[in-house]
Design a binder for this molecule. Structure first.
Ligand code: HEM
Length: 468
């Protein structure tokens, strides 16, 4: 009874920063479920017969369940947890505009992920990549996004500080753009036939990455980097050029996912050219990163959250060099429909944006709970297991992709080259074991930090170096 009362009072709390804390805790919980579903999908690809006659556990259902849990339950909720800490701090408020509403929004997201994933596992799906949630769930996502946007904008507009730091531009940009992308790209709102449906679907599929994860992730990065290093962000002008060019060049890139289909040639040309032009905002972010880090690299020996930020930035560099390269027709023709693309997706969402959220959580949790992170050793294990896990996964999937591509293009029958995949799939499974183990350690560390009775108080540490 007491537990239920505690949960209810937490969920309807109006304590400053309680929503940030609750979003982060929920995100960490979904991270464990999401990566475990990924591991199950990897096991099914390695040993296809380990689970038979349970449709809910078949690869075709586990895969979209994995993607939706990590994209909505983990990354999006982690982002909102970070936003609801960063925005009020930057505008000089104590907590977001309406903490109770923000906690209610957290509840909406949790119910959405729970019921949405059960529905996907039971075969109720729109069957479009990244947009699998069906009908009613699309409306619930929109309600969640609308409420988050309302809270974000109201927090900034009612804060005493009127000058907008660059993170505010990026965070509000993501909260403004993503609901629009969601409405255009989901069949519940705009329905097209045939190829037009694929074009709209990939407008959504690519822009959930571009206008939500990229824009929001850079906003969080631009907040953390000056904090961690004690250096001011190298160039405000560059960051603003990056902000507007992301808006310009990301929007039409979606068609690069369907270059081998009979969509109009002009649309493919625009998608390829704007994909290459994406190097402009990417270089602004990386210049800002490397120049802000100047003279501070040695801090990473002790500063655990900074290590995550460094890996994330290098992940961003690699992802964004790979992206325009594989969007060109000559390369895309070869690697399409292979594991190369899956490697690329994990480089972006795991090595880059997931690592940014890890850094944010290690920094924000002590701030919003007043408690030092329970164990530095566990944070270090979390770092190395996640880093080696994702590096091995990326390398092995890229190699597997090249073998598959050769199979397709030399017209070798699939049943012959698919048996060659076993060692690659097995090593990918092992990389998943490392990652999931890392997340088990992480969730335990955060649990002990937030809930244990004997937690140490967070020390005064402007850069956060003493928090972990
Ligand atoms: C937070 C961490 C993770 C994120 C954000 C993430 C994200 C994704 C995304 C976006 C895809 C779709 C890829 C595509 O475009 O085809 C995907 C697929 C997949 N992921 Fe993950 N993932 C994560 C962790 C994991 C882990 C730990 C494993 C375990 C090995 C895993 C295994 C898989 C598998 C097996 C697929 C399906 C690949 C296929 O269809 O061939 N993921 N994941």
């Amino acid at each position: 009874m007491n537990i239920i009362q505690n949960i209810c009072s937490e969920l309807l709390s109006d304590k400053p920063y309680s929503a940030s804390r609750n979003f982060i805790i929920s995100g960490v919980f979904w991270l464990l479920i999401g990566t475990s579903l990924g591991l199950l999908a990897a096991a099914l690809m390695t040993w296809p017969d380990i689970i038979v006659n349970v449709p809910q556990m078949s690869f075709g259902r586990v895969r979209p369940a994995h993607i939706n849990v990590v994209a909505i339950g983990w990354l999006s909720m982690g982002y909102l947890g970070a936003y609801f800490y960063i925005l009020p701090v930057l505008v000089g408020r104590k907590g977001v505009w309406n903490e109770r509403l923000a906690n209610l929004t957290c509840l909406v997201f949790n119910l959405l992920v729970f019921t949405g994933v059960l529905s996907i596992l039971n075969g109720y799906t729109e069957a479009r990549e990244y947009a699998e949630l069906n009908g009613i769930f699309d409306y619930i996502v929109l309600v969640g996004l609308f409420l988050s946007g309302l809270i974000g904008f109201k927090t900034v507009l009612t804060g005493p500080e009127k000058k907008w730091y660059v993170s505010i531009w990026y965070i509000l940009g993501s909260l403004f753009w993503f609901p629009i992308v969601y409405v255009i790209g989901n069949r519940a709102f705009v329905a097209f036939e045939g190829l037009n449906d694929a074009i709209a679907g990939w407008f959504y599929g690519h822009n959930i990455l571009g206008m939500w994860f990229t824009v929001g992730g850079i906003g969080i990065l631009y907040y953390l980097l000056p904090r961690f290093t004690g250096n001011p962000l190298y160039s405000h002008t560059l960051s603003m050029i990056g902000f507007w060019t992301i808006g310009m060049f990301y929007a039409p890139t979606g068609t690069h996912h369907i270059l081998q289909s009979p969509v109009p040639e002009w649309l493919k040309a625009i998608a390829v050219i704007s994909s290459v032009f994406l190097l402009v905002p990417v270089l602004t972010v990386l210049t800002n990163f490397f120049m802000t880090m100047k003279g501070k690299w040695s801090l990473a020996a002790e500063h655990i959250p900074l290590r995550f930020v460094i890996v994330a930035s290098i992940g961003y560099l690699l992802t964004c060099m790979q992206g325009p390269f594989q969007a060109t027709r000559a390369i895309n023709w070869y690697i399409h429909f292979t594991n190369w693309v899956v490697g690329h997706a994990h480089m972006a969402l795991l090595a880059t944006f997931t690592f940014i959220v890890f850094a944010a959580i290690y920094y924000i949790i002590p701030k919003v709970t007043g408690r030092k992170i329970y164990s530095k050793k566990m944070a270090v294990w979390h770092f190395w297991l996640s880093l080696y896990g994702v590096a091995i996964m990326m390398i092995i999937l890229t190699c597997a992709g090249l073998v598959q591509a050769a199979g397709w293009h030399f017209a070798i029958p699939v049943d012959q080259w698919s048996v060659e995949m076993y060692p690659y799939m097995f090593i990918r499974f092992l990389s998943g074991v490392m990652i999931v183990l890392g997340q088990l350690i992480f969730i335990f560390n955060i649990y002990k930090t937030v809930f244990s009775k004997e937690a140490e108080p967070a020390p005064n540490s402007p850069t956060g170096i003493a928090f972990v």
